[in-house]
Ligand binder design. Structure first.
Ligand SMILES: *[C@@H]1O[C@H](CO)[C@@H](O)[C@H](O)[C@H]1NC(C)=O
Ligand SMILES: *[C@@H]1O[C@H](CO)[C@@H](O)[C@H](O)[C@H]1NC(C)=O
Ligand SMILES: *[C@@H]1O[C@H](CO)[C@@H](O)[C@H](O)[C@H]1NC(C)=O
Length: 254
């Protein structure tokens, strides 16, 4: 019984520590030394619990590179994250930002383009368009097909097929050779008020958790100790009865 109390007392600090661990479950984390720090509303999937981030803000590390997955396109590299002005700067691993613009559908994600959008039409032409105002997108074109972004009001030339008319941040320009140009996303951050409320709720939950843990431990310990006292007394009582009996037997022998 004493041993039980001893073990319990040894476990006591670790129980308290376990209760406090929930507070340090979401430390800032990154995929490598130089990689952007990941914190709320983002979450590093597989390494942080679900409640560390909002739904749809999952990031993962792919060969030490911060990566985000879009079902409409695939994986994009997260170059930097700005939490102050909500902005995610992305890079296309295939180096073809217009392939991203053409396919990325953000409608079922928490994100939208950071830049103002304008409607453009993607054309897929069997021969080159001769006007110097048309510049084909090299990474989407081949020897027998030439892809262009044109003003959506333009009539589709005979040798071309309309691929899609969509709102994108930039039409193709060879001067914007940086493959990340325009690939910035933003999200609606929860208002300061609701953030504060969330923090208050979190604090309250943690405090409540601690109080509950300590109360349970206190009750358990009190029960244990009173049980011990009861048993010791009983044992003591029985011992003295046994002694009395022995004494009487001894007397009887005489
Ligand atoms: C990732 O980083 C670790 C530690 O810095 C290094 O040992 C490892 O080789 C890196 N892996 C890749 C694929 O770069
Ligand atoms: C994006 O996806 C939504 C929902 O799946 C769909 O309704 C919409 O037409 C898509 N937009 C484009 C431009 O493909
Ligand atoms: C353009 O057309 C070619 C040949 O028809 C096709 O292989 C290619 O995928 C098309 N590209 C786009 C962006 O639609």
């Amino acid at each position: 019984m004493l041993m039980g109390t001893f073990i319990f007392l040894c476990l006591f600090p670790s129980i308290i520590l376990a209760a406090e661990a929930s507070e340090i479950n979401c430390p800032m984390i990154n995929c490598s030394h130089e990689a952007p720090l990941i914190r709320f509303p983002f979450r590093l999937i597989d390494q942080q619990p679900q409640n560390c981030g909002y739904l749809g803000f999952n990031l993962f590390c792919k060969e030490n590179t911060t990566t985000i997955h879009f079902s409409s396109y695939g994986d994009l590299i997260v170059n930097s994250i700005s939490y102050e002005t909500p902005k995610l700067n992305l890079l296309d691993p295939k180096n073809c930002v217009h392939e991203v613009f053409l396919n990325l559908n953000l409608s079922l994600t928490p994100f939208r383009y950071y830049n103002v959008l304008k409607k453009y039409t993607y054309l897929n032409c069997s021969s080159r368009l001769v006007s110097p105002s048309f510049l084909q997108i090299p990474c989407l074109s081949g020897t027998h097909h030439h892809v262009y972004t044109v003003e959506s009001s333009l009539d589709v030339p005979d040798c071309c097929r309309l691929v899609k008319t969509i709102a994108i941040p930039f039409s193709y320009s060879p001067y914007l050779s940086d493959n990340s140009f325009g690939l910035g996303l933003t999200w609606d951050s929860p208002s300061e008020d609701s953030k504060e409320k969330t923090e208050q709720v979190r604090w309250f939950e943690t405090a409540l958790g601690k109080v509950l843990t300590i109360s349970i431990i206190a009750v358990a310990m009190t029960t244990l100790i009173s049980m011990e006292i009861y048993w010791f007394k009983k044992l003591d009582g029985r011992n003295s009865v046994e002694n009395d009996l022995e004494f009487e037997m001894l007397l009887g022998d005489f």
